[in-house]
Write a protein that binds this ligand. Structure first.
Ligand SMILES: C[S@@+](CC[C@H](N)C(=O)[O-])C[C@H]1O[C@@H](n2cnc3c(N)ncnc32)[C@H](O)[C@@H]1O
Length: 311
């Protein structure tokens, strides 16, 4: 039971029991095409899993955690408090590549993190990739609400957060996660690639960016690309194809997708969960979500919780 290294919008830690109650009693390999913070993958410590996300910086982060955990931790230890003045010895001490003024160490690190998006000399060298991964964890622990959001150019644009004692080194979590990732196949593709990876008897867990319930809850903004209604349709088509091939499928999704999954023949349940996924504190609260699956109730892993409620 390993904890995720990153805070991630839509993280599924509060939904784990409900998800596991719908997992099949037995399955072969595990696939998670929308990894994000990977709450399920890390919690279950599943061997030889295929994990995927379209966010290239997130995927690089997990590869660095897997391959170079000690170098990553060493680099994390070199960072300073986000609110101190920019370090003049580092790039972007005064102005970012785009000409924006940098008035705190945090914004200097944010500008360094955005080299992939803005710098012509970004070459993706081993050193640049390690630094980018360290910066991702540093920003994740010091930015506002632990959000990950990009502007239309692909620049990470979340402002500084207010923490009395932010801890961005997270050495233990990085080392634990590194072990879980050891046998994982880590991909940076569209979720449809799961069709090529999954075989009959495997389990696919899908947790896409949710269709926004309202204009103030637009959490499809994980990356510049977003995830819209046509992506939701593609996902349903993939879920159906996996089902036809004898692959186990469990999907969490926004409540607005309920009817479509029912019409496609899945077992669908509504869940309510309180999540801090909205930067507007007043709009936080219940998120209407569903879990859809092709695992019949008598084929599911029986959790202690489920058998207790039968009495
Ligand atoms: C709801 S989050 C997953 C949260 C995760 N279950 C957790 O516990 O943290 C959805 C993820 O899907 C990724 N994503 C968006 N569009 C995608 C696509 N077309 N294919 C694969 N991943 C995508 C986003 O980058 C984001 O990390």
């Amino acid at each position: 039971m390993v904890r995720p290294v990153l805070k991630w919008a839509g993280g599924k830690r509060q939904l784990l029991d409900e998800l596991y109650a719908r997992f099949p009693a037995e399955f072969d390999r595990y696939h998670e095409p929308f990894l994000g913070g990977g709450a399920v993958f890390f919690d279950r410590e599943l061997e030889e899993a295929t994990i995927n996300d379209t966010n290239p910086r997130l995927v690089n982060f997990y590869r660095q955690v897997r391959d170079r955990p000690e170098a990553l931790v060493d680099q994390l230890r070199t960072f300073r408090d986000p609110e101190v003045d920019p370090d003049p010895a580092l790039p972007y001490a005064d102005r970012t590549e785009r000409g924006d003024e940098v008035d705190a160490y945090y914004y200097q690190q944010r500008a360094r993190f955005n080299r992939r998006a803005y710098d012509d000399d970004w070459a993706g060298t081993d050193e640049q990739l390690l630094t980018e991964a360290a910066l991702l964890l540093y920003l994740n622990r010091t930015c506002y609400n632990g959000l990950y959001r990009e502007n239309a150019d692909g620049g990470f644009n979340v402002p500084i957060g207010r923490y009395s004692d932010p801890d961005w080194v997270q050495a233990e979590r990085v080392r634990d996660a590194s072990q879980v990732l050891e046998s994982a196949n880590i991909r940076n593709e569209d979720f449809t690639s799961v069709l090529g990876a999954a075989s009959p008897g495997d389990l696919v867990y899908c947790d896409p960016p949710y269709v926004p319930m309202s204009a103030t809850a637009d959490f499809a903004e994980y990356s510049a690309a977003g995830f819209d209604r046509s992506d939701q349709k593609r996902l349903l088509a993939v879920a159906r194809e996996l089902d036809e091939r004898g692959v186990w499928v469990v999907c969490s999704n926004s409540g607005v997708t309920y009817d479509r999954y029912v019409a496609a023949g899945f077992h669908v349940d509504r869940e309510g969960a309180t999540r801090a996924i909205n930067s507007d504190a007043g709009a936080r609260g219940e998120v209407d979500e569903i879990i859809a699956t092709n695992v019949d109730p008598d084929e599911r892993a029986n959790t202690g919780q489920a058998s207790l409620t039968e009495f």
